[in-house]
Design a protein around this ligand. Structure first.
Ligand code: IMP
Length: 189
């Protein structure tokens, strides 16, 4: 087989964006992949060999991140999704978060890693973690790809991919009105 030359991340983003607004790339596909590999190694190293590790991906925004992340965790893990929704409409969240989907398998005694795309106000993890802790995991750690580092958060992720600028970011799972999730880079529109 002859080797093919790889298109640059910016070329990929441009081709994925055909007909859509221009994007300022903040994290290239290569930078994201490098950081995701580091996170995978850090997560694997954080748990003793006997720990029963369950990676829980918070839908929908984490779907690309978590698919890459789990393949970079060099230890046995199990995987499931969790889905949450907030009451209220898109513009005015009431701050109430309800669980829409939760795996049937017990969390009791397990080391749960909750994977989120981005921590902004922190409300989602603040509301979700008590619901998960009520199910009796041995530990609950949070891994967020992006963190906007707003002050006064009650709950902090154990692992963060990047400290994000205070801009609206899209791509690599993050959406604006359900668009842009499929981009392999992260940018600001
Ligand atoms: P939080 O509850 O304010 O921390 O917000 C978390 C959720 O809001 C994330 O899981 C995203 O779905 C969404 N979100 C927050 N900031 C952004 C952004 O810059 N781009 C896309 N989605 C975002």
């Amino acid at each position: 087989m002859t080797p093919t030359s790889q298109p640059s991340p910016d070329t990929v983003a441009r081709s994925q964006l055909a007909g859509q607004p221009l994007l300022r790339v903040i994290y290239s596909a290569a930078a994201i992949q490098k950081r995701v590999s580091e996170l995978g190694r850090e997560i694997a190293a954080a748990y003793p060999p006997e720990a029963d590790v369950l990676v829980l991906a918070l839908m929908k925004g984490s779907f690309i991140f978590v698919a890459d992340l789990v393949r970079k965790i060099p230890r046995p893990i199990q995987f499931d999704f969790i889905a949450a929704g907030s009451y209220g409409d898109q513009r005015s969240s009431s701050g109430e978060v309800k669980l829409l989907y939760m795996p049937e398998k017990s969390l009791a005694g397990r080391s749960v890693v909750l994977v989120e795309d981005i921590v902004d106000s922190g409300l989602t993890i603040e509301r979700l973690t008590p619901l998960l802790r009520a199910r009796g995991p041995a530990r609950l750690d949070i891994c967020a790809l992006l963190h906007k580092r707003r002050p006064g958060l009650a709950e902090e992720p154990r692992w963060v991919g990047f400290d994000a600028p205070d801009e609206y970011l899209v791509g690599y799972g993050l959406d604006y009105a359900e668009e842009f999730r499929h981009l392999s880079c992260i940018g600001s529109i």
